[in-house]
Design a binder for this molecule. Structure first.
Ligand SMILES: Cc1ncc(COP(=O)(O)O)c(C=O)c1O
Length: 426
């Protein structure tokens, strides 16, 4: 009886997913994970389940249910997981406390197999074997978010794993970098802050030849513009803090991928590391998801107008936007993205001009992060790049006059007027 009821619940979930899969993307954004939902009091919205425990009348009832403790499962987060898995066309998803949390959980789970219960006298066997010739390695693109860079280059080597930094715009460089000890390849596309575009399909094909996994950080595109799992990636990461929530008022991350990999992440890594998302944040992010594609369309069309304006401005030395013909990987972007997003990179001619420009902005706010309704300008090497040594900036080709512009949802003309008056003052 018990087994039969469990199967019935699994069957219901499977059937719901089949229904959501039949819908168009904009309808999925609104309905997947939420409609139908076993709601309380006929509430249209999924409630915020602010609880740590789930209680049952009998032990037998408890064993029949999915919910035990909110560090690993919560009904508000469940709705968000199902929505994001549907939007990415992935088997399942796990929402966690931040984008960094998602990256660390996903990568750790691949580098370090789930350890069986270790007897104390055998612990030494599991310590990093740093002098072994068979050190597990992973390949990362040379440009990425500085937090991710520090995780890969500062923390993982001390845990016994070896990063290989490669320019993934060059597929032959990737070919040379991988071997049978390569556990995964990780890249953002478009990448932060350089706006490099990497060919997902080609990278995934290559890493699969050595049985490694392809992990893509899709934060700059979101599933509204790009679906890496459909291009051959194994796992996709999003910082939900950015476009998916979209309103700059909550933090979160998600891992989307195969059910079995995610079970290991949820019940081993998440359980032990505790990077759990609050149900309040999940509720806000569910709200953000419902308008994702219309926001991404607007971000993209405004960014295109601004990129063209900047490209034609005499005080601007260089513009990097995937939608411009001048972007070195414009053709790759056209192949794998349905639109080009809201992130623009550009360079001025000197640090003096750069300081003057940013200090003269009025409508556009100076601030880190991205994917907000509000336009945010970042002077890259002085803001998120502040902790990087000069050799690291050189490795990332981060110029001292580079700006990363997260184009918001304001009227494009107001943004152009603001950029123009600030450029005219330098
Ligand atoms: C591309 C990318 N991935 C991951 C992260 C980390 O996300 P979070 O700030 O939600 O931890 C960021 C943060 O800026 C990012 O830009």
């Amino acid at each position: 009886m018990e087994e039969k009821e469990r199967k019935t619940q699994d069957q219901i979930n499977k059937e719901l997913r089949e229904e959501w899969d039949k819908l168009e993307f904009a309808t999925q954004e609104v309905r997947a994970g939420e409609d139908p939902y076993p709601s309380t009091n006929n509430s249209l919205r999924v409630p915020i389940y602010a609880t740590k425990s789930y209680v049952y009348p009998t032990m037998t009832d408890m064993l029949k249910h999915h919910y035990f403790y909110s560090r690993t499962e919560n009904p508000t987060l469940y709705a968000l997981d199902k929505k994001l898995a549907t939007l990415h066309e992935g088997e399942d998803a796990i929402s966690v406390a931040s984008g960094m949390g998602a990256i660390h959980l996903a990568c750790s789970s691949i580098l370090q197999k789930r350890l069986k219960r270790i007897k104390p006298h055998k612990i030494g066997k599991f310590l990093p074997q740093t002098n072994s010739e068979k050190i597990p390695n992973f390949v990362v693109h040379k440009n990425q978010y500085t937090g991710t860079y520090r995780l890969f280059l500062n923390l993982y080597p001390q845990m016994g794993f070896m990063p290989r930094i490669v320019d993934l715009r060059d597929i032959n460089a990737l070919k040379k970098a991988i071997d049978s000890d390569t556990r995964f390849i990780f890249f953002e596309t478009p990448a932060n802050p350089s706006i490099d575009v990497i060919d997902i399909e080609k990278c995934a094909d290559l890493i699969h030849e050595v049985n490694g996994k392809c992990i893509v950080d899709n934060t700059f595109a979101s599933p509204a513009l790009q679906k890496p799992l459909q291009l051959g990636a194994d796992i996709v990461i999003e910082s939900l803090t950015k476009y998916i929530n979209g309103h700059g008022d909550a933090m979160g991350g998600v891992i989307v991928g195969p059910k079995n990999d995610l079970l290991n992440i949820r019940y081993f890594w998440l359980e032990l590391e505790g990077q759990v998302m609050s149900p309040f944040s999940a509720w806000l992010i569910l709200r953000g998801c419902r308008t994702l594609s219309i926001r991404m369309d607007k971000h993209s069309s405004t960014a295109m107008q601004i990129a063209e304006f900047l490209e034609n401005h005499p005080k601007v030395a260089k513009v990097i936007y995937p939608g411009l013909n001048s972007h070195p990987a414009h053709e790759v972007a056209k192949k794998q993205m349905s639109n080009f997003g809201g992130m623009i990179g550009f360079e001025l001619n000197s640090m003096e001009e750069s300081y003057s420009f940013i200090d003269n902005l009025k409508t556009i706010k100076i601030g880190v992060s991205l994917g907000d309704t509000t336009s945010l300008m970042e002077y890259t090497s002085i803001m998120t790049g502040i902790d990087l040594a000069s050799w690291e900036k050189k490795l990332m080709e981060m110029s001292d006059t580079h700006f990363r512009f997260s184009v918001g949802l304001e009227d494009p003309q107001d943004l152009i007027i603001d950029l123009e008056q600030a450029l005219n003052k330098i």
